[in-house]
Design a protein around this ligand. Sequence first.
Ligand code: A5P
Length: 226
Amino acid sequence: VKAEAAKRAAGESAVGFVEAGMVVGLGSGSTVYWFIAALGARVREGLDVLGVPSSLASAALAAEYGIPLVELDRRGVDLAVDGADAVDHDLRLIKGRGAAMVREKIVAAAARRFVVVVDETKMIDPLRGRLPVEVIAFGADHTLAMLESTGAPFILRQDGNGAHVVTDNQNLVADGEYPTISDPEGLAERIQAIPGVVGHGLFLGMADVVLVGHEDGHVEQIRPAR
Ligand code: A5P
């Protein structure tokens, strides 16, 4: 419940970045939930925005909150707001606990401004832990072996019933467990070069600002040094 207050503070504060007429990328997860709820309230008050959802789950949520939705097109989006699983001092991110990182990265890369909302427990430096990778089902076992050559055990993600998790793009998710990620850029390059890989959860050099929510309700804004 304490963490929820921090998530809520971060998510709601991102509404301050939204201006009338914007096309807004809507990420996924329990922190962005608060952003979508708060944005929906502003839409009900008459704010004119369009949302571009980065997952089927966020599309359903945004529709429930009355946010008009459009598909991503070549105009891109003005602002994207999304959560993260880990953030380091360079605002490098790990994403994908919700298995939506490929669409999330497409939307974030299409955004003129990318705002990340997290609670304080997500500040993890150096980056480490679970790194999700979306893989094509064909040859997945061999792809796993290639992923493991980058220095972590990988397993295919399963749901509560033991079935493989299938992404919105009809692919599988492989989760790696890295004791530490000392060279995120090098690792990202090696993973992306594996043919069975669609995309991975490292978001490097993308975040323009990270809004860190604390349990007492205050929100810190961190911007990259670059
Ligand atoms: C979804 O694929 C993830 O990238 C989420 O953005 C991430 O897991 C953050 O979710 P929470 O805000 O629920 O922690």
